[in-house]
Write a protein that binds this ligand. Structure first.
Ligand code: CU
Length: 198
């Protein structure tokens, strides 16, 4: 980061006049003058393209669990926000980005394993080793609803190898224990949604 500070500061100052910075000149043509594009450009070394994506969770495995999940590129990662309904009251559920954007199977097994582009062991987001698609468990309230946001440091929205676009979000029947390899022993898949740019 130290090395980045001086060029970045110069870049921000220069942006006023030049509407673009050396590191992002190829992608800046469509966003010249947009102040909102500046934070994304600062982390654009790993991604380009869309900065927002979403998934609609559909019930799987005979449940009524449904919801929406949004992903927004931010300087420190991707801000994920989820609203989920139809869970048993006061229950905890594993929640991951899976590698295949295919929710066609009735049990959602078509979505494949956890999204793991860097070949890491499974774990909790806060652990040194975890899959890029590992997210914290979600907890349903007394009405069976979840509203939660998390900053996911290893994902991007856009075209990079760690992009969530074209992957799937899966809600599991049971909690993730954050240690069983490679699944977290979170049980069946009760909702699934394919992530698309939005
Ligand atoms: Cu999962």
């Amino acid at each position: 980061m130290k090395q980045l500070l001086t060029p970045l500061a110069a870049c921000i100052a220069a942006t006023v006049a030049l509407a673009g910075c050396a590191g992002s000149s190829k992608s800046s043509s469509a966003s010249s003058g947009a102040a909102a594009a500046a934070p994304a450009a600062a982390s654009a070394s790993t991604t380009s393209g869309p900065t927002r994506a979403s998934a609609t969770l559909q019930p799987k495995s005979g449940t009524n669990t449904a919801g929406t999940v949004t992903f927004q590129q931010q300087p420190g990662g991707v801000l994920m926000s989820a609203a989920i309904t139809g869970l048993p009251p006061n229950t905890v559920h594993g929640f991951h980005v899976h590698e295949k954007g295919d929710c066609s199977a009735p049990d959602a097994m078509s979505a494949g394993g956890h999204f793991n582009p860097t070949g890491k062991p499974h774990g909790q987001m806060t652990m040194p080793d975890h899959h890029a698609g590992d997210m914290n468990n979600v907890t349903a309230d007394a009405s069976g609803n979840v509203r939660v946001s998390m900053l996911l440091p290893d994902l991007t929205v856009g075209t990079g190898a760690n992009s969530v676009i074209g992957r799937a979000v899966v809600v599991h029947k049971d909690p993730d224990d954050y240690k069983t390899q490679p699944t977290g022993n979170a049980g069946g898949r009760i909702a699934c949604g394919v992530v698309a740019a939005s």
